[in-house]
Design a protein around this ligand. Structure first.
Ligand code: PAF
Length: 286
């Protein structure tokens, strides 16, 4: 595996790969890799001719009081995982190269970023949209790989690729969970032993909601209440949002539709976790 640290070298590498008609798969990450990231890497390696993974802790997507300085870092461990998985290039740009003095341009996706995480973390999706456009312009992938845990992020990226006529497609991959249902996240490393039970209440609440829908409960208000009750049994858990919404527009729904997204953001102590699932109102058989 080659490590590339500068933008011109990365561009040249991609130019050569495209010149020899090889398809480029790209997995953008902020490092501290876990099985969720690795499922994206595996998909890219198995479906594209070459795979580039980037590790860049993107300052522009962190709010003032967020965890930019303490975000988990594990470069050597990450490098080993990527190498073993068959990644061709690890792209490691520096913050100075990505946002040099005098940097002025940001990308804003309107509408869909006004809901869920966009509402609780102002500037978050502006930072993500900006860095993704920059990374895609540098790496020039044919396909970018994104996880469904960050459902809204994947939708934002799909929208900006379409709107800005960027010739790349997105492949979304399912959420990877531990044996107890906790969705894999780099931020799980922040959780203390005592916080593991409250952390698992997110996936348990989604499981409960899914059962309710299967049993014919379609009232969003009722489902939200049940989710809240289950999560708030844990003193360490503080709900940021419980959303039952359209999976594309993120507009809240009063009742479960043909397809609805149930999305949660919950603070467990100092750690903010998100999780989601899709539920479907199956047509009743006559
Ligand atoms: O999902 C992430 O790790 C980040 O938001 C991303 C897409 C790498 C942009 O910084």
């Amino acid at each position: 595996m080659e490590t590339i640290k500068t933008i011109p070298e990365m561009k040249q590498w991609s130019e050569r790969a495209r010149g020899s008609h090889r398809t480029i798969g790209f997995v953008p990450t902020m490092g501290s890799l876990h099985e969720g990231h690795m499922s994206l890497v595996q998909k890219s390696v198995s479906t594209c001719d070459v795979t580039v993974a980037s590790i860049f802790i993107n300052p522009s997507q962190f709010g003032k009081n967020e965890d930019l300085d303490t975000y988990p870092r594990n470069l050597e461990g990450d490098r080993r995982l990527l190498e073993t998985a068959g990644v061709d290039v690890l792209f490691l740009p520096s913050p100075q190269d990505m946002y040099p003095e005098g940097y002025k341009t940001f990308v804003t996706v309107e509408g869909i970023t006004g809901h869920l995480c966009g509402q609780s973390r102002p500037g978050f999706f502006r930072g993500i949209a900006t860095v993704v456009v920059k990374l895609f312009n540098i790496v020039r992938p044919h396909t970018g790989f994104f996880g469904d845990k960050d459902w809204q992020q994947a939708a934002v990226v799909e929208t900006l690729l379409r709107d800005l006529n960027i010739d790349a497609t997105i492949k979304r991959m399912p959420i990877v969970r531990d044996a107890d249902g906790l969705a894999k996240s780099s931020r799980n490393l922040y959780l203390s032993k005592d916080e593991m039970t409250p952390a698992r209440s997110l996936s348990r609440a989604l499981e409960l909601a899914r059962h309710q829908v299967q049993n014919g409960q379609f009232s969003a208000e009722r489902i939200r209440r049940e989710i809240r009750q289950l999560i708030e049994k844990n003193k360490a858990a503080h709900i940021d949002y419980i959303s039952i919404c359209d999976p594309d527009s993120f507009i809240e729904q009063d009742e479960i539709k043909d397809e609805s997204l149930i999305a949660l953001a919950v603070h467990i102590g100092k750690t903010r976790l998100i999780d989601n699932c899709i539920v479907r109102r199956e047509k009743c058989k006559e």
